[in-house]
Design a protein around this ligand. Structure first.
Ligand code: SAM
Length: 337
């Protein structure tokens, strides 16, 4: 199914914004507040990463971690995480895979991966310390401590602390939709080093078929060709994932692989451990016990905010309690998911 309405819009155009304001007058004031806040944050931060980190901090404080990553209800949080997980399972994810989740947020997808993968096989990185504290809460809430997930704060996407040819799956959902081209360029320049020779890197992006643009430097719209060409510059072959469109998600998906097979060192193995046959995108993952209860909404409460689990990569420290959690005015849309 194609979703032309999304790709045909140019959301930064004055005409689009005026027409939108007329259709949704209640969103004008919150939009103006956001405009002012973002202008202030841009003036007081030195680069995009520190700017977006400040945006996340402000959003988490105002709306709570779920809404800050784009899910305004727990139901949506569970649904969008499941959608991502189901897709990876349909594409042969196995418990032996080693997954790097770039921009892991508060583990909307991550908790399912941690539950499914072998201990120590999940690596989540993010630029926001506050969202990583919320991620640690999610690990504790789902009782996944024994799976030893690795959660780390990063300042860039050079993956300097991660080993060569290690990850069989690299994943970035709704991260490049918030990234200027320099950040994507940096990621593509470095991801080949850590990607297993048979591995793949999937990312979603806000696709436009018109002029590339951004809205408030929070949401970025790219043409598919731009990202495919950028990947090729770094020896990576990028493919538009048409089957993802069936999931009726607002963003599109690209899969990147090594254009040429790279040699791997001893102990890395020549094959991707999760090299199973691709299953139908509608197949269902086996999620059991507590995890399943949560997945079907039975335990739909948000993770407790009273604990900060000590996890590798996250020092034990005070949990930041967002003020006004769950508030969502008419214009509080976080574009995000
Ligand atoms: C919309 S949320 C998506 C979270 C998660 N991927 C999911 O789908 O639930 C985007 C996340 O990416 C993080 N992020 C944004 N830019 C990033 C970057 N350059 N490197 C790492 N994380 C980034 C944000 O802090 C936020 O947690």
């Amino acid at each position: 199914m194609t979703r032309t309405p999304y790709v045909a819009r140019h959301r930064s155009r004055l005409g689009y914004r005026l027409a939108y304001a007329l259709r949704h007058p209640g969103k004008v004031w919150p939009y103006l507040r956001r405009l002012t806040r973002d202008a202030r944050l841009r003036l007081t931060t030195r680069d995009h990463i520190s700017y977006y980190r400040a945006v996340m901090r402000a959003d988490i404080k105002e709306m709570g971690p779920d809404a800050a990553i784009g899910s305004h209800s727990r139901r949506s949080w569970l649904r969008v995480g499941k959608m991502q997980f189901d897709y990876l399972i349909a594409h042969g994810l196995s418990p032996q895979d080693r997954v790097l989740d770039i921009g892991c947020g508060n583990l909307r997808l991550g908790w399912r991966l941690i539950h499914y993968l072998e201990p120590g096989h999940y690596y989540g990185i993010d630029i926001s310390p506050e969202i990583l504290l919320a991620a640690a809460d999610t690990v504790a809430w789902y009782g996944l401590q024994a799976k030893l997930p690795y959660l780390a704060l990063v300042d860039d996407l050079t993956f300097a602390a991660l080993p060569d040819a290690y990850f069989t799956v690299v994943h970035a959902h709704s991260v490049f939709s918030h990234s200027p081209i320099e950040v994507i360029d940096e990621c593509l320049r470095h991801v080949g080093r850590i990607l297993h020779p048979d591995g793949f890197f999937d990312f979603t992006f806000d696709r436009t078929e018109k002029e590339e643009h951004h809205v408030l430097r929070e949401d970025f719209y790219y043409r598919t060709e731009t990202l495919v060409e950028l990947a090729a510059r770094y020896g990576l072959r990028a493919e538009f994932m048409a089957d993802w469109e069936r999931y009726r998600h607002k963003q599109s998906r690209i899969r990147v692989r090594h254009a040429r097979r790279r040699a791997v060192g001893r102990g890395e193995g020549g094959r991707r451990p999760g090299g199973r046959a691709v299953r139908s995108p509608v197949s269902r993952p086996a999620v059991t016990g507590r995890a399943r209860e949560a997945a079907v909404g039975g335990r739909g409460r948000p993770p407790s905010r009273s604990r900060s689990a000590a996890l590798p990569g996250i020092p034990r420290r005070r949990v930041i309690r967002p003020a006004g959690r769950g508030r969502r005015g008419p214009g509080r849309r976080r574009c995000t998911w």
